[in-house]
Design a protein around this ligand. Sequence first.
Ligand code: NAD
Length: 250
Amino acid sequence: MGQLTGQRAFITGGASGIGAEMARRFTKEGATVVVADVNDTLGNQVAAEVGGEYVHLDVTSAKAWEEQYEIDNNFDIVCLNAGVSTHQNVLGEPSTYPLERVDNDSYYRIMSINVDGVVFGARGIVPHMVARKSGHILVTASLAGIIPIAPDPIYGLTKHAMVGFVKSMGQALEPHGVCISALCPGFLDTPLVSPLAREFAASFSLGVMPVEVAGDLAMRALTERINGSQWVVSAGFPISRYEHKDPFLG
Ligand SMILES: NC(=O)c1ccc[n+]([C@@H]2O[C@H](COP(=O)([O-])OP(=O)(O)OC[C@H]3O[C@@H](n4cnc5c(N)ncnc54)[C@H](O)[C@@H]3O)[C@@H](O)[C@H]2O)c1
């Protein structure tokens, strides 16, 4: 028996990288998976590989989310994972892509995918999970939600926003039997990490982890089930829970 036997999971950005890995791992653990993405070719491939379902969903569209949950909201796990960086050089010298070069289109694009996409996805499923007094919302933030990421401050902004959202929602959901937690990994081997970023990571011994680590990280968050928690991992370090201190209450 897997640890997720009988559960249904919905995964945004499930066509590639971390989302696809979660689809594979959850399936191995006994769950059935719905892969949601805008990349229909890859999304259908991943869904076929895991014996799941594929839906086209642009996470930036509030209307698309409403329609999705009207059709199907019976999920034990909702992974709000789709995300992008502002530009290719998420690592590198801070001066390679200064803030003044982030034009409006790039700014609105990352904000709508990384922030709106998570807020809409959570907003729509919360009432259903609360009514069932069960469920887990897993948000893919990043280590960049906890530490600075000077070459892409807007990426850092969106990921810090996700950590703040999860911490606050965790307290709000706790009395209702619903859990929300954040995944905060360092670099994982996915198409999001450009060749230049890999070079930079290597020069600073940061390392890029195999994508399977994302499956372990998600399973740790799901099995520990601590509301508002952030789960971190980086090359050479084990998975652990990041615990911040309240500046006044400790
Ligand atoms: N790879 C890393 O090193 C790393 C580290 C920490 C956090 N993350 C985060 O993990 C998440 C997944 O990233 P990844 O590395 O797997 O990248 P990826 O590029 O492999 O996958 C991202 C997926 O999101 C989908 N997507 C993009 N815009 C979308 C939209 N509007 N609606 C629906 N789907 C959309 C893409 O089609 C793609 O399938 C992101 O939130 C990313 O910020 C990645």
